[in-house]
Ligand binder design. Sequence first.
Ligand SMILES: *Cc1c(COP(=O)(O)O)cnc(C)c1O
Length: 470
Amino acid sequence: MSNLFAAIPSVDLCKNLLFEREPDLGKMNPELLRKLITNYWDTFRQKIKAGQIKSSHELDVTVHLDSLSRFIKLGQKPNLRRVINGAGVVVHTNLGRSVLPLEAQQAVNLAAQGYTNLEFDLQTGNRGSRYNLVEGWLQEITGAEAAVVVNNNAAAVMLMLDTFCRGGEVVLSRGELVEIGGSFRIPNVMRKSGAILREVGATNRTHLQDYAEAICQETRALMRVHTSNYRIVGFHSKVSLEELSNLAHANKILLLEDLGSGSLIHFAQAGLPDEPTVQETVRYADLVSFSGDKVLGGPQAGIIVGRKDLVDQLKRNQLTRALRCDKLCLAALEASLRLYLDLDMAKHEIPTLKAILTPYEELASQAEHLARGFQAVLSAKCQISCQKSVSRVGGGAFPQYDLPTVMVFLKPDNFPVEKLKKALLTVDPPVIGHIEDDAFGIDPRTLALTDYPILFKSVLDAFSVAEKIG
Ligand SMILES: *Cc1c(COP(=O)(O)O)cnc(C)c1O
């Protein structure tokens, strides 16, 4: 075993050989280079210890030069990187949810470049409020009296409960006691906020009477939570917003709604069910909360709209300070919201809306286009086909609803498709997609046209990586 350890090439030897191949590496921070080479061989030290390496030939530097060089190139990259979403899930939480509209990207850039009037009133020269930057746009677009924005919708829900329901009861249907993912569970959030959950009804059906019977002296609010990432089919029913609103107000308690994704437009043209928009919901609920980076298509944020007297109380809660969002978020959110003033514009300029609303015929022709591109770079290495498949909205919006699409499938001739899938994660930018029937599928729905050449290069690189691993 000690012989094997001794066979690990020295950092200097690796450096010299690497510089011969790639003179550009000479410009790299020498300490980082040394550290990366050492890290690379550390894996092999572990393997020697585990008895997984039998002969010193396996440690020959010439055999490793390619993968060492790739390892170093990856090591130079930031941990948070651009990836290509070929998975066809538009609001993909693991891939950073919404892609920002161009206007929002530019606004972030400007806000990052210099000082801003984040909390400075340019009319009076006095201290201003960051909340005013987007409140007007939210009033205009949703018709709400007032609005406040915090870090994300989880924070928004917590803030509403903490402000109005701490120590009191909140009546919620058993069908809405959901876990959203990332360990956000409504019953737990409720407990954390100091509110007491009064669950009513059954998982599949809750009636107005169930809510009415649960209201008592301690009740502060009726709450509705969008079931987001799951769907009840079959024998089920829930109470309309209007009825709940009447019941709450007759009892002088609040109606709170966690809309989850919270869309500002209808998606019927994409064949999706007609869910109430934020605008429609806020007509009945006293406060409505929703995410900024789900189907709204902006940055991560939790938006609360509703009655002015209540929003004022939210703003005064100390928790709001802890949950506040930063200037980059507000810059992106303002730019994204402004696009909604003209819905046609929003549908074209907001990548999330555009992706959800792309018609099937257009996806089919984009898939053809992609397939021709792949044919040109990969011709003899794999079978390329276009097939009907489905995309998803994701982010808990429209769960289990299929958006019809056409995907391009790649089936390598000389190695298993799993190897391609793995190799695609090692190239730059990495490509995320999934395997169906032994082929790797890429959905044009979540690609911008400008991604195509980058995608072709990544896939070509992945093929050479996979071929080298053998
Ligand atoms: C997504 C979601 C949340 C959490 O929103 P974030 O913006 O991810 O914090 C809360 N409630 C519902 C119903 C959701 O769908």
